[in-house]
Design a protein around this ligand. Structure first.
Ligand code: TMP
Length: 236
């Protein structure tokens, strides 16, 4: 498959066309941003780690019945994925209170939630990705009610699969963000990434943060945390 022209550059990845119109190539960068791009930096080696961790977890999910965009890892930083139209939503799944939920509702970080929470944010940097509900999504036509049901069902199943998978590596899945896309035949598939950039991972015993919060909150040891996740999941 040939890598052709760049079609998009996001905050953490570049996307290139290929000679197959249904396939694109994702190239992971070391660039890191937080707070809607206000804070900028570099996390050395992050692109390689996020590429490998995402592909590893997507393959595990695919084996367990979740359709994903993943096709093939072709280098340390590059992966072929199905070309999709991204549903313009960030789907956030929460098991334990942290981050913006803790802030908004005044719940201490680390509080176990009585029920898994799903939140939707409209993907729009200019508006700061505002939180929306199912009514907004249908009213604005970002997805149909059936599609939202499917997406919510997948998200809860992904939460179960990921939580128990990560537990075996002594990683507690606090919360995470997913994105879905539609392939050319209209199938909804999991897209984007699943990595320390997009999940909160805490050590199961010490509750040490092993994710991008180390960068967001200037906690130090950012690269080591990403490396630790790669090591625990893939043994290297
Ligand atoms: P939050 O607590 O800041 O709303 O974040 C919830 C989860 O979503 C957390 O695991 C980090 C992830 N996330 C992203 O992947 N991208 C984002 O832009 C934001 C704000 C959060």
């Amino acid at each position: 498959m040939k890598k052709l022209q760049q079609i998009y550059e996001g905050k953490a990845k570049k996307v290139f066309a290929t000679d197959d119109p249904d396939v694109v190539l994702v190239d992971y960068k070391d660039d890191a941003t937080a707070f809607n791009g206000l804070k900028k930096g570099t996390i050395t080696g992050k692109g390689v780690i996020n590429n490998r961790v995402t592909n590893f977890l997507m393959q595990m999910l695919e084996k367990n019945g979740i359709p994903t965009h993943y096709i093939e890892e072709i280098s340390d930083r590059e992966t072929l994925v199905k070309k999709v139209d991204i549903v313009p939503l960030e789907v956030i799944v929460r098991n334990i209170a942290a981050g913006s939920l803790s802030k908004r509702l005044g719940v201490p970080e680390g509080t176990k939630l009585k029920k898994t929470v799903i939140e939707y944010c409209y993907k729009n940097d200019d508006l700061g990705d505002p939180m929306v509900n199912e009514y907004h999504i249908a009213a604005m036509g970002w997805a149909t009610e059936e599609e939202v049901k499917l997406i919510a069902g997948y998200s809860l199943k992904i939460n179960k699969l990921l939580s128990s998978f990560l537990k075996q590596s002594n990683i507690e899945l606090i919360d995470f963000k997913l994105e879905f896309g539609k392939t050319s035949d209209g199938t909804i598939v999991l897209a984007d990434e699943i990595s320390p950039d997009t999940c909160r991972f805490w050590d199961s015993k010490t509750h040490e943060k092993l994710d991008k919060d180390r960068f967001r909150r200037d906690l130090g040891g950012v690269e080591d945390a990403y490396q630790e996740i790669l090591k625990r999941l893939m043994g290297e």
